[in-house]
Design a protein. Structure first.
Length: 129
């Protein structure tokens, strides 16, 4: 089972891909709670240079609230991470966690149904980037 929903963008800058990703997430009901600049962190912490790599912590508050009602400890698996990364050759890849895959280990049928709804929303956002 794959664990991400992916889209490769060509002929665009990293910054434009980030802007487009945030915009698509917003149009599909997700806010960005966190941003982790992995490139800057790796340089600062271990003096390693990597290509642009950003982790966006995306959250749909309504869906998160429903998930917390079904599984109070689900916050350990939230928010839904979306990465934007430069893979070289002029390509930028946008990858979102597949909530169905990430919730697979939790034995809760209602949560699985909710994860399917969130997956659909994220898949639409990624496809739209």
């Amino acid at each position: 089972m794959t664990y991400t929903l992916d889209r490769t963008l060509s002929a665009t800058s990293f910054d434009d891909a980030v802007r487009r990703t945030k915009s698509a997430l917003s149009r599909h009901g997700f806010g960005v709670l966190t941003e982790i600049d992995v490139k800057a962190t790796m340089k600062k912490k271990i003096e390693v240079d990597i290509d642009d790599y950003l982790i966006l912590g995306a959250c749909n508050p309504h869906m998160a609230f429903e998930a917390m009602k079904l599984e109070p400890k689900i916050g350990a698996m939230l928010p839904c991470n979306v990465i934007v990364r430069d893979v070289g050759g002029g390509d930028i890849v946008v990858s979102a966690i597949d909530p169905v895959a990430s919730m697979h280990s939790i034995d809760n049928e209602r949560l699985s149904l909710l994860a399917g709804k969130v997956r659909s929303m994220l898949a639409d956002a990624v496809a739209e980037v």
